[in-house]
Design a binder for this molecule. Structure first.
Ligand SMILES: [Zn+2]
Length: 232
């Protein structure tokens, strides 16, 4: 495969921590072809996976974050990066194509950056969710579950302490996602409780209302079956 095929292009960005100008790989719009969507908003794309290209890393200072938050780092947080990440940072060669294993490592670097610089819980939650999805693509269920749990904890923290929207998600969407993460990690009663809350909200987006009702239906069936099985 050539280093830059017809689905990728390079673009220049500036590191908000150290001022370094560097190039990142980006996926061309036309290459975003959706194959399927999971109930926790994970999208599978045909061919190239844009998620692999979502973390930007400054090779000079070691700052790494998702592209959606990369330039939004506060002064206080960038000082923490300079103090705790940069002295230990060893530059690596930037790849010309990113594969799943490398994508996990890039997200884990973003996670370390977010934790050390005390990013908001919602940002940490979002990174953990993406790592869980990457493990799902790789078929590594245990690792997926580990990061889904981590993401859930952080979304619960964010829900009770941050203002909405959380990274573009309104309150109903976050509540639905919390319900869905509870379901996926096996907390069915908790999931039902959160779905009930979502369904009783007024004026929520149609897509979320539909998803919540569908999940509530199937969850109710599962809970009924479980109860019946326990009675035998
Ligand atoms: Zn930098």
């Amino acid at each position: 495969m050539s280093s830059l095929d017809d689905k990728l292009y390079e673009k220049s960005v500036e590191c908000p921590v150290c001022g370094n100008q560097f190039k990142v790989l980006a996926v061309k719009r036309k290459a975003y072809i959706v194959e399927s969507r999971d109930t926790d908003f994970c999208v599978t794309y045909k061919d190239i996976n844009p998620l692999f290209y979502d973390v930007w890393i400054c090779q000079l200072c070691g700052y790494a974050a998702q592209k959606s938050t990369f330039s939004k780092i506060t002064y206080k947080r960038s000082e923490l990066i300079k103090k705790h990440i940069t002295p230990r940072w060893v530059a690596k060669e930037s790849p010309s194509v990113i594969e799943s294993e490398a994508a996990v490592n890039r997200y884990k670097l973003a996670l370390i950056n977010a934790q050390i610089s005390k990013a908001k819980s919602s940002e940490v939650a979002g990174i953990c969710l993406k790592i869980a999805w990457l493990y799902r693509f790789m078929g590594k269920e245990e690792d997926e579950l580990h990061f889904l749990k981590h993401s859930l904890d952080k979304y619960l923290e964010a829900f009770s302490s941050e203002r909405f929207p959380l990274e573009n998600m309104d309150e109903a969407t976050v509540m639905y996602l919390i319900a869905e993460l509870h379901r996926r990690v096996g907390n069915l009663e908790e999931s039902a409780r959160w779905l009930n809350k979502v369904i009783s909200l007024k004026g929520i987006p149609d897509r979320i209302s539909k998803l919540a009702r569908e999940q509530w239906q199937s969850l109710r069936e599962t809970l009924k079956e479980e109860k019946a099985a326990n009675m035998i």
